[in-house]
Design a protein around this ligand. Structure first.
Ligand code: GDP
Length: 424
């Protein structure tokens, strides 16, 4: 099998980064195909601990080429800071192992500003944006009002294009939000400070991927966030502004005709969610604090405490179907070791009826969780490396989840380190 996508099944933060870091060694190329610097993939390996925001998680592996595809929100400023940070810690990043699609659109300075201005305007109706400019960026991309990374290679054209966009964008900034707006000198300063830095990495990655694919090179597609945050299939409007699903990987990577052979869906052994929106299984108070502490559930980008609760079978089954997952990686099973019994949300109650169908977004807030409980194992499982090393209660839990979500669990992760994994 040559191609593989690693995607999130739930609300994000499932541990995709650790899975990409593990699986990368079987691939030649890793491609990020959507999203921007608004999430963080945590990776622990021989270089230390990293929270990657834009760089593909294959950047640590020698001989692997990492690509930022046309579907990403290319934030030159964040990307450059991240490159500096990662290289300062001994990782080599050159145009040989990092390539940026000339068709990726640039996230411009006003996108981040607009994100903050709009969240402030929304006040208590806010969507829980990370204020990285992602929603304004994708709105402008679909309005055909951003700049492609490849335009950095044509400075005269770039300046003229930015001048046009500036005139248009200042109307919104000044007249709608009462902000100051930008001058062309400010924008060209930004191009000098950040655009020029990433320019050497920009190339026709579509051509590169086409050739690599024809030569039988193995490609790994890395998603950001999870199915429930997908712009079309997620918990609208509390989604991200891009398509997080594997079906988008060919479009956002630069290989629109590619067939993906294997889709690894990453599921956390319990639920966590950052930001606003309905979260049916949410725990509160002491119970939540205990799980949050045990799982160290604080946002990799924002440091925000994540909302937590038991695994949600209804939402997870929906995520598995939406992603078209062919195999599941269940992460953070070790965190449940502290529980006497393991709660599982097996169904929802909706308007007095039990259902296992994930509800339409508008009525999702009315759903109530229905729990079942399984015996816990109450011992440290982080050293287990074989299926039969796990206590029977832990195996029963994994098998129960597998049966209910309708997809084989091929990987069970018992720690954040690369090799803390059981491959079934
Ligand atoms: P991603 O965005 O999907 O890559 O997930 P994050 O990096 O935001 O969150 C996952 C967190 O869980 C990170 O801190 C990982 O180091 C950690 N992690 C991943 N798998 C495991 C595991 O099996 N056990 C434990 N204890 N931590 C894990």
């Amino acid at each position: 099998m040559s191609n593989c996508a690693i995607v999130g099944i739930n609300w994000g933060d499932e541990g995709k980064g650790r899975m990409v870091d593990l699986i990368t060694r079987d691939h030649d190329i890793v491609v990020r195909y959507q999203g921007g610097g608004n999430a963080g993939h945590t990776i622990i390996n021989e270089y230390g601990k990293f929270a990657l925001h834009l760089l593909p998680s294959g950047i640590f592996t020698d001989g692997v080429v990492n690509i930022l595809g046309n579907g990403v929100a290319l934030d030159c400023e964040n990307l450059w800071n991240e490159i500096e940070d990662v290289t300062a810690r001994g990782v080599k990043i050159t145009p040989e192992n990092l390539k940026i699609s000339d068709r990726a659109s640039l996230l411009l300075p006003w996108h981040r500003e607009l994100d903050s201005l709009e969240e402030t305007r929304l006040a208590d109706k806010k969507y829980g944006s990370t204020k990285q400019g992602i929603a304004p960026f994708y709105s402008d991309k679909y309005s055909k009002k951003t700049v492609l990374a490849g335009e950095l290679l044509y400075p005269d054209h770039l300046k003229a294009h930015l001048t046009d966009l500036l005139e248009w964008k200042n109307l919104t900034l000044k007249n709608v939000y009462g902000a100051e707006g930008y001058t062309i000198d400010q924008l060209m300063g930004w191009v000098r400070d950040y655009g020029e830095k990433i320019k050497p990495f920009v190339c026709d990655t579509g051509e590169y991927l086409k050739k690599a694919s024809a030569e039988g090179k193995k490609i790994l597609f890395e998603a950001q966030l999870g199915a429930l945050r997908d712009l079309d299939y997620g918990i609208v409007p509390y989604t991200t502004s891009s398509n997080t699903i594997a079906a988008f990987a060919p479009v956002g990577s630069g290989l629109p005709g590619v067939r993906i052979d294997r889709i690894i869906g990453v599921v956390k052994a319990y639920s966590s969610c950052v930001g606003e929106g309905p979260f049916t299984c949410e725990w509160f108070g002491e119970q939540a604090d205990k799980l949050r502490e045990a799982g160290d559930e604080y946002g990799a980008k924002t440091g925000r405490p994540r909302r937590v609760g038991p695994i949600d079978i209804v939402a997870t089954r929906y995520g598995v179907e939406t992603q078209g997952a062919t195999v599941i990686a269940l992460t953070k099973l070790d965190i449940l070791s502290c529980m006497d019994e393991i709660p599982i949300c097996s169904k929802y109650e909706l308007y007095g009826e039990l259902t296992d169908k994930f509800p339409f977004p508008a009525i999702l807030p009315d759903a109530k969780p229905v729990y079942e409980y399984m015996p816990g194992w109450k011992c440290d499982i982080s050293g287990c490396r074989r299926w039969e090393d796990l206590p029977v209660e832990a195996r029963n839990y994994v098998e129960y989840v597998e049966r209910e979500i309708g997809c084989r669990i091929g990987y069970v992760s018992v720690g954040p380190e690369r090799d803390s994994i059981i491959i079934r």
